[in-house]
Design a protein around this ligand. Structure first.
Ligand SMILES: Cc1cc2nc3c(=O)[nH]c(=O)nc-3n(C[C@H](O)[C@H](O)[C@H](O)COP(=O)(O)O)c2cc1C
Length: 330
C-alpha cells in the first residue's frame, strides 16, 4: 500500500492546510506553503465534473499546482463508487498528485442530497465501497479520507469508520471533530479525535478549531500524527509559521504588522487577478487579511467599492501613507 508522507518520514508532525472551497485556491495554497504548511489539498471537486471535464475546463485551473507545492492531494466528492474510481484514475493520470482524498464531511445540503460528503457517515457500507473503489483505481497513490465525527451527536461513527477505512487500504484519515449537524460552530471534539487516533494504526490528522499555540499541546495529547488548519489560516497564512515555532519549543512569533499584512493581501490579489479572477468575486478572500488592523470593519466596507487592481493598489498605498497610525495592528 502506498504510504502518505505524514508520520512516515518526510514530516515529523505535518501541518495541513484544510481544503476550503472558494478559499484554498492555488495562490492561497502557495502563500500557506511559503509560510510553513507541509501538506496541501485542493478545493473539493465533484467526480462527475472531473469525468465531464474537457481539455479546456476551468476545473484544471482549480486543481493546478506547482512542483514546489508537493505533497499535494486532490479532494474528490461523490457517492457512486465506479464514478469516484474513474474520476480518481483520470486525476491521477492527468495531474499526478501525491494523494487522492475522499470528502466524507461536507455538510452542504446540495452535496448531502446526492448521498455524498457527510451523508456517507450515515451509510458506512457505501463509504467503504467508495474507498475500496478509489483505492483499487489508483494503486500507485495513497488514498486518504477526510470525515467528520458523525452525522449528529447521537450517531458518532468516526472510530468505527476509521477502522473500516483502514481495512479498505486508506492511507490516512483527517478527522474534523464536529458533527454534520454542528456545521462549523463551537469547539471540535478532540477527545473523539483522540479515540480515532487510538482506533487505527494509519496516521490520523486532527482538524477543528486549530487556531493558536494551545492547539499544539491539545493535538499532541490526542495522539494524532498531524494537524489540519482551516479558517484560522484565512487571511493569516503565517499561522503555520507560528505553529511550527511553538512545536519547536520557541515563543509564538507575533502577527505581522499592518503593512506586511496588506502587502501580502496585495500580492495575493495580484496572483488571483492574474489567473483571470474578477475583483468583485475575490473580495471575500481578501477581507480576512484586514483582521487585527485598526478600523478593519470600515476598511472591509470600503473595499466593496474597489473595482480594479489599480484601485486596490492605490487604496492600500494611501492607507499606509496617509495614516500609518491608523493601520497599526490593534
Ligand atoms: C469556506 C469553507 C469551505 C470548505 N470547503 C471544504 C472542502 O472543499 N472540503 C472539505 O473537506 N472541507 C471543507 N471545509 C471544511 C474545512 O476543511 C475544515 O474541516 C473545517 O473548516 C474545520 O476546520 P477549522 O475549524 O480549522 O476551520 C470548508 C470549510 C470552510 C469554512
Amino acid at each position: 500500500m502506498p504510504e502518505i508522507h505524514t508520520s512516515t518520514g518526510q514530516f515529523e508532525f505535518p501541518l495541513y492546510l484544510a481544503p476550503m472551497a472558494g478559499f484554498s485556491d492555488m495562490a492561497f495554497r502557495s502563500l500557506c506553503k511559503r509560510e510553513g504548511a507541509d501538506m496541501l489539498v485542493s478545493e473539493f471537486v465533484m467526480a462527475n465534473a472531473v469525468l465531464a471535464a474537457g481539455e479546456n475546463s476551468r476545473i484544471w485551473d482549480t486543481l493546478a499546482f506547482l512542483p514546489e507545492q508537493r505533497p499535494y492531494g486532490v479532494q474528490l466528492f461523490g457517492a457512486e463508487p465506479s464514478l469516484m474510481a474513474e474520476a480518481a484514475r483520470k486525476l491521477a493520470d492527468r495531474l499526478v498528485p501525491d494523494f487522492i482524498d475522499i470528502n466524507c464531511g461536507c455538510p452542504a445540503p446540495k452535496i448531502v442530497d446526492q448521498n455524498a460528503g457527510s451523508a456517507l457517515l450515515k451509510d458506512l457500507p457505501l463509504m467503504a465501497s467508495v474507498a475500496r473503489a478509489v483505492v483499487r483505481a489508483v494503486p500507485e497513490l495513497p488514498v486518504t479520507v477526510k470525515m467528520r465525527s458523525g452525522w449528529d451527536q447521537a450517531h458518532i461513527v468516526a472510530p468505527e469508520a476509521a477502522r473500516m477505512l483502514e481495512r479498505e487500504g486508506v492511507a490516512a484519515i483527517a478527522v474534523h471533530g464536529r458533527t454534520r449537524m454542528q456545521g462549523y460552530g463551537g469547539d471540535a471534539d478532540w477527545d473523539l479525535i483522540a479515540e480515532v487516533a487510538r482506533a487505527v494504526r494509519i496516521p490520523v490528522i486532527g482538524n477543528g478549531a486549530v487556531n493558536g499555540a494551545y492547539s499544539i499541546e491539545r493535538a499532541k495529547a490526542s495522539g494524532v500524527s498531524g494537524l489540519m488548519v482551516g479558517r484560522a489560516a484565512l487571511g493569516k497564512p503565517w499561522i503555520f509559521r507560528q505553529l511550527k515555532a511553538v512545536m519547536a519549543g520557541a515563543p509564538c512569533p507575533p502577527e505581522p504588522d499592518a503593512t506586511l499584512k496588506l502587502h501580502t493581501m496585495l500580492d495575493y490579489a495580484r496572483a488571483l487577478l492574474g489567473s483571470g479572477e474578477d475583483i468583485r468575486k475575490i473580495r471575500p478572500k481578501l477581507k480576512p487579511f484586514t483582521e487585527g488592523i485598526a478600523g478593519a470593519r470600515k476598511l472591509r466596507a470600503q473595499m466593496d467599492a474597489l473595482s480594479s487592481l489599480p484601485d486596490l493598489e492605490n487604496y492600500v498605498t494611501n492607507l499606509l501613507h496617509d495614516s500609518p497610525e491608523k493601520s497599526e495592528n490593534k
